[in-house]
Design a protein around this ligand. Sequence first.
Ligand code: GLV
Length: 321
Amino acid sequence: MASRGKVLVSRRGHSWTRERLTERFDCVIAEPDDVLAMDEDARAAITGFATLMSPVTPALIDALPNLEIIASFGVGYDHVDAAHAAERGVMVAHTPDVLDDEVADTAIGLLLNTLRELPRAEAWLRAGKWQSDGAYRLTPLTLRGRTVGIFGLGRIGLAIARRLEGFGVAIHYHNRSQRADVAYPYHATLADLAEACDTLVSVAPGTAETRHAIDAAILEKLGTDGVLINVGRGSVVDETALAGALTAGAIAAAGLDVFEDEPNVPQALLGAPNTCLLPHVASASVATRQAMGQLVIDNLAAWFAGDAPLTPVPETAGLTR
Ligand code: GLV
């Protein structure tokens, strides 16, 4: 399937997807800064943009006068200014669904690792301490008896909740609005959710509304046995407040897969006690990342065949060609 013009593809990010895009479309491989430096004709030739997590700012969208579609790799699209794209009549697509189970599996693993200190227990074994010092300590924390609050009961949140049902824990949630298809107790505010639970799992997207929504006051409500797990976006958590809460013992532990300024992890979090920190790997298996990449390709192919993309973002879902 040929595009009517050229497809801009990020130089960084998932190489499998980039290679397949170049086989299928007439591509220009560049990062946003390179695009802004291109001459007018080169910019005018670009009709599609496959962003493998490179930022798509209003300036970049405005620099591409014939841009029709931005196909973004990943379910979260906080790196794309979708509102500006919608204003300009540019379609935005992302890659939901295909990663739900992988991310939910990882969230459960991160939760158990955080509570039961499994990475530290393994480090103890590998350091020979089992032989020299004896058994690893009994963990103060356990999943038994916990009440888990899910902040963001969308597709991934629901996949996490379904898994947690098997662990026999109580499950509550907070969303902007209550879901009609689940019986879990709903809390109209994040503060109410935090009050009702001791374990908060954040799957919320990174938006202006959710920025630093998990702050010192929310963390304090989880209590001294409280645990925060974040597999959504780092910007949702006030990391300074989190490091402070961990250090002061206001909450007991945190498991984080995402950070506000990736790949930079604040020293305060690296040094805080009782953290399990992962380098944004929740969807990072070969199979799941390829499924995400394939959806980027399929979204572009559908568009250039004259159809709607398979998975548009809500901001542009109503756009017609
Ligand atoms: C990963 O974080 C994604 O948004 O898919």
